[in-house]
Design a protein around this ligand. Structure first.
Ligand SMILES: [Mn+2]
Length: 139
């Protein structure tokens, strides 16, 4: 299992690959707001653990294993954003809050949160009802 920090890297490399087809050290450093030397160290570890390969002139490419993990991490991130949005969390908090909690929930919790998201998405009036409660509580 990747550590939380490895998860952050795999997730960002997955996003970069989706956007550009590859990921360079400088792109990863920028996306994660870390120093390029930290990126170099981590990609060596991810390479050793068979999550990615380094290709000269192209940059880093996720292996099949890395892609599979990356897909799950991006799904989890998007699900949690959707969840916080549905429950009425202010937009400016959503990204940072998801980054803070995503590595610390079991897949069991993620699946149950997925049920809640589906429950609300199945019927728009449920979201409206929750919004009303939210507004009343704030008065
Ligand atoms: Mn994330």
């Amino acid at each position: 299992m990747p550590t939380p920090s490895m998860e952050d890297y795999i997730e960002q490399i997955y996003n970069l690959m989706e956007a550009k087809g590859y990921a360079r050290v400088s792109d990863i450093a920028e996306a994660l707001e870390v120093h390029p030397s930290s990126v170099t160290k981590m990609v060596q570890k991810l390479d050793r653990d068979d999550y990615l390969n380094y290709e000269k002139y192209r940059g880093f490419i996720l292996t099949a294993k890395g892609k599979k993990v990356g897909e799950r991490l991006v799904f989890r991130h998007e699900l949690l954003e959707e969840f916080l949005e549905i429950i009425g969390v202010d937009n400016e908090n959503i990204y940072v809050d998801v980054e803070g909690i995503e590595h610390h929930l079991s897949w069991n919790s993620i699946d149950r949160i997925g049920d809640v998201v589906n429950y609300f998405k199945a019927d728009g009036s449920r979201v409206e009802e929750l919004k009303k409660m939210h507004q009343e509580a704030e008065q």
